[in-house]
Design a protein around this ligand. Sequence first.
Ligand code: NAP
Length: 310
Amino acid sequence: MDVNDGVVVTGASGLLGATVTLLARERGMRVTALYGTHPFHAEGVDARRLELADEGAVAGLLDEVRPRWVVHCAAATGVDWCETHPDEALRINADASGALARAAAGAGAQVAYVSTDSVFDGERGGYTEDDAPAPLNAYAHSKLMGEVRVREALPGALLLRTNLYGWNAQPKQSLAEWVLARLEAGAPFPGFTDLVFAPLLTNDLAAIILEMLERGMAGTWHLAAADAYSKYDFARAVAEVFGHDPALVTPTRSDDGGLRARRPRNTSLDAGRAAAALGRPMPSVREGLERFRALREGGYVNLLKACTGQ
Ligand SMILES: NC(=O)c1ccc[n+]([C@@H]2O[C@H](COP(=O)([O-])OP(=O)(O)OC[C@H]3O[C@@H](n4cnc5c(N)ncnc54)[C@H](OP(=O)(O)O)[C@@H]3O)[C@@H](O)[C@H]2O)c1
């Protein structure tokens, strides 16, 4: 690894960004990790608070740091919050992403923009990169506009549509953590039978993103597990992998749950193109969950939590 292989990670205090940061450090990259309101610190990492909507500050940072790559994980990710704050969602997810890509282009850096499987309407699932996006809610619309703005600013950017779960540095829970916390408390978990996805473990996704950057890849790619699960089946798989009673997971439907924003039903992505380009299959959901368990047993959760002082 060349010392000039610097990477700026946005959203370092978030679910994906924290793991991208730690993995980039492990791979010997010079890492600048940006957070918003939740401080994040890791030894050997230049961590800084930066408001992404502040275009001048973003441009100044990239001009100073001159990274080779930017992994843009930061976003307004609250789907129901975005529904009631559509303008703010666009400002952060689209406008700020576009400004970041412009600044990166000016500094000679490549950008990986983390997008979402929610850009599709979820009517059939198994979406390839050739399928037309049709977002159903304000969050998805703002993320799709982020793709557009980033591509306008940097036509060779990496646009990565995905879905993910994993261990959080902050005291908040990804779906798998939430399921596990309920099961460990002996409480039932209502799993949606009508929402289908193909999520990747953050650690697997982070490794793929860094590899794609190292290989100089560009354009739009789908990154997803090799198989698709309903959220109900996913929660049952969490129970099985961690040795809990799968019967604690009860079937329910998303329209019973009081969600504000419309959810696309089946957002499973076909990641065959990325798997072929990388020369290996995407992990299955079950493989991801086995690794999710092994990470905790190996002390990874403590390592992450220490980064946010938990
Ligand atoms: N999680 C999923 O299920 C999922 C599924 C599909 C796609 N994605 C995409 O994957 C990416 C990572 O998601 P995630 O779940 O890791 O997100 P997350 O845990 O909600 O973290 C979001 C990060 O963005 C930062 N951020 C938000 N607004 C900011 C602002 N105005 N200025 C500076 N930083 C700001 C937050 O910083 P602070 O907390 O410090 O304020 C935090 O570090 C996002 O682009 C998301 O759209 C996520």
